[in-house]
Design a protein around this ligand. Sequence first.
Ligand code: PEP
Length: 245
Amino acid sequence: MKLIIANWKAYVTSAKEARTLADAVKKVKIKKDLKVVLCPPFVFLGAMGKKSAALSLGAQDMFWKEGGPYTGEVTAEMLFGVGVAYVLIGHSERRHHLGETDEMVNAKAKAALAGRLKPVVCVGEKTRDDEKSIPRAVAEQTRKAFEGIQKNRVEDVIVAYEPVWAIGTGIADTPNDALSAAIYIRKVIAEMYDQKTAMKVKVLYGGSVDVRNAAAFVNQNGIDGVLVGRASTDKREFAGILEGI
Ligand code: PEP
């Protein structure tokens, strides 16, 4: 099964807009073996209406503690309670604007698993100055994200390879280079656990995915889907992405 995750970020600013986008997705006949995950801002999670086998709900972030005196935070239990199944962890915008560290990402991934959510851990290099820049940044972020996660839970973690230079820039990676990164990510996981375990981890590509390039990433063997930002907030374009795969 391939995953198409829509990260609406803070582009969507009203419940009405969220509902309109969700309704547009529900009108698309989602192909067999595809699952769409919509990640609205927290406050619109309740406005998304019915889910289905092909359509799940995701959150854009969560806190690593179970609950208590943590003003403003949203826990895994709260998300699970409103029907969330997936949660983005360590998106580069959070790492950059909010100072999220690899340690926080690791704590959140573990808390998500404990809370019955599937963490979608985002990793990616800031710049691609030489051929070693993918391995260095991606290996470090991947290793730290999986630290202390039990082998039997590894397959519940999804990794989104999102090169920072490709996010929101209109300059996507090539499917070939994204595949190299996905292979590399699985190699790092195999070193921590074993090959069989690593092969069970879904690795997605994200960064300027749009209606013209989505199919090439999704149909690439070894890439298990895409994480779509801006293009997922345009109902015609996102429907076009789903129909074109
Ligand atoms: C993202 O935010 O995860 C993303 C991939 O954004 P965009 O598609 O807008 O580059």
